[in-house]
Design a protein around this ligand. Structure first.
Ligand code: SAH
Ligand code: SF4
Length: 385
């Protein structure tokens, strides 16, 4: 069987080149062709000798997941549905903002951690994504966005400025690179698919591939403490932690993995992580669930809880999905909650809901998962009596 070169980072690609009798610098060239130029056809790699291209065609492929859906919301948010075989689909979302373009990518088909407010968690776990399927999301989005026309405008000082979907490039050399940030906040728990995610992160950071800095790549975790320590050692990118509650009693209910790694252990792991992190704070995500975790008393308790951990807060208004059993907090409750955190000196942002019309928001990504555990359908049947 031919190997898929999208599964390889710089090291494994160098090993592969050695195996087929090619020099190590060929691996660098290949990496650039595959990831920088988005080339999937060896025949198009014009500076490789014909003999090498033939060898590559005989032993390897470049095979990203297939795109089966592509939707753009009124606010410019774009969502792709990618097929990963056996009827399973995963979702990737691009969120353009004025000064940056963020790609939100998935790490698993479904998720085993069963957070009660999360559509992906409701599906149960199906399988880990391969490196090719993880990096393939960036590969596709990069390619698709590069095909969109640039907008040209003239600045006040008379220079020509280029932007795409409202994202302004800092310089001409950045033209065509709409993706400035990657967040692993799509479907799945990235740290539960550790090796594949770390290899994909290596590619995101590699100058011959996507060349993103560690501060512009964020892993979001529900709090797998041992894996947070491993990530710190292997590839300390920016870290977001899904906290969602100020005490264990409540967090046990919302994020069941808390029973294994309670808040005190999680915060200790955050403090260890900060010694190697590219930013000097952890981002805590906090989903705002009406009447569940959104009172002023909860906010005060939270302030006390995190007082020894340098952090910022990102409040996420709950994104509803059918039969979730939760409701989004009122804007007033969100404001009061935010004020308590801000008054305590904690930088707090409220996440804007983007791509509403295409269900592209946090926790709504559900893809088309053929659920092995059939958890979702079982629950629906139980509900229907
Ligand atoms: N598994 C990882 C990353 C994916 S989820 C994690 O849990 O951190 C990305 C963020 O969206 C997490 O903070 C998650 O708790 C939050 N989220 C999940 N479902 C949501 C929903 N329905 N509404 C708002 N945020 C949600
Ligand atoms: Fe999994 Fe994250 Fe959803 Fe929890 S919130 S079920 S960890 S994807």
């Amino acid at each position: 069987m031919r190997v898929n070169l999208l599964d390889f980072d710089a090291n494994t690609l160098a090993g592969f080149c050695a195996e087929i009798g090619e020099k190590p610098f060929r691996a660098r060239q290949l990496l650039r062709w595959i990831h920088r130029s988005g080339e999937a056809d060896f025949a198009g790699m014009s500076d490789l000798a014909k003999e090498m291209r033939d060898k590559l065609s005989a032993t390897a492929v470049i095979e990203p997941p297939r795109v089966i859906g592509d939707h753009t919301a009124a606010d410019g948010t774009r969502k792709w549905l990618l097929s990963v075989g056996a009827g399973n689909g995963i979702e990737t979302v691009f969120i353009p903002e004025t000064s940056r373009g963020t790609l939100c990518i998935s790490s698993q088909v479904g998720c085993a951690l069963a957070c009660t407010f999360c559509a992906t968690g409701r599906q149960g776990f199906n399988r880990n994504l391969t490196v090719a399927e993880i990096i393939g999301q960036l590969w596709w989005a990069n390619k698709a966005l590069a095909e969109e026309p640039d907008d040209e405008s003239v600045t006040e000082s008379g220079e020509i400025a280029y932007s795409r979907k409202g994202v302004r490039y800092a310089s001409c050399s950045e033209r065509g690179r709409a993706i400035s940030n990657v967040v692993m906040m799509g479907m799945g728990e990235p740290l539960a698919n550790f090796e594949n995610v770390v290899t994909a992160l290596d590619l995101m950071l590699d100058d011959n591939a996507y060349g993103l800095s560690r501060r512009r790549v964020t892993v979001s975790t529900s709090g797998l403490v041992p894996a947070m320590d491993r990530l710190r050692e292997r590839c300390p990118v920016a870290l977001a932690v899904s906290l969602h509650a100020p005490n264990d009693a409540l967090r046990d209910q919302l994020v069941p993995i808390n029973k294994k790694y309670p808040i005190s252990e999680l915060l200790a792991a955050c403090q260890r992580y900060l010694r190697s992190a590219p930013r000097d704070f952890i981002t805590f995500e906090y989903v705002m669930l009406d009447g569940v975790n959104d009172s002023v008393a909860h906010a005060r308790e939270l302030v006390q809880r995190v007082r020894h951990t340098p952090c910022k807060f990102n409040l996420i208004p709950f994104n509803p999905f059918p039969d979730s059993g939760y409701q989004r907090s009122s804007p007033e409750a969100v404001r009061l909650f935010r004020d308590v955190l801000m008054q305590a000196g904690l930088v707090t942002t409220v996440r804007k809901t983007r791509g509403d019309d295409i269900a592209a928001a946090c926790g709504q990504l559900a893809g088309q998962v053929l659920d092995k555990t059939r958890r979702a359908s079982r629950r629906m049947m139980e509900a229907a009596g």
